[in-house]
Design a protein around this ligand. Structure first.
Ligand SMILES: [Zn+2]
Length: 133
């Protein structure tokens, strides 16, 4: 699958040379920020299976695939802004990424600001949950 659109994650690269690698399983995210970006791109591309696969394993059972897909379909994604990262490098086991994701949901502008916690297990990064501050 070749997709020469600009990757929704904001890296500036094409989708097929960026998050498309992660979504198709050809590569795994090396840093928490990379996983964060690829998960945002997965919402845009409606790659719900990827969203589930990159969710912290104990939470995957209760992941709502249909609800997530419907929400992704109802949204027009405007962009991702990374505010900051804490740890989450390739040598870390844990890290967090603060971001703002902008979208229009059913015609209403929506801005999701979150600090997400990521953990690594068996060499892979997973999204755990939002950090409550
Ligand atoms: Zn990307």
């Amino acid at each position: 699958m070749v997709d020469d659109d600009v990757c929704p994650c904001g890296s500036g690269g094409t989708y097929s040379a960026c998050c498309g690698y992660f979504h198709s399983g050809l590569a795994i995210a090396e840093t928490a920020e990379q996983l964060m970006r690829s998960r945002y791109a997965a919402y845009v591309k409606q790659e719900v299976g990827y969203l589930k696969a990159t969710l912290w394993p104990p939470y995957q059972k209760s992941f709502n695939e249909i609800g997530t897909l419907l929400r992704a379909k109802d949204s027009r994604w405007l962009g991702l802004e990374i505010i900051g990262t804490y740890k989450g490098q390739s040598t870390d086991k844990e890290g967090s990424v603060e971001f703002v994701a902008r979208s229009v949901v059913n015609g209403v502008a929506d801005e999701q600001r979150e600090q997400s916690l990521f953990k690594k297990k068996a060499g892979r990064w997973f999204y755990v949950r939002a950090v409550i501050r």
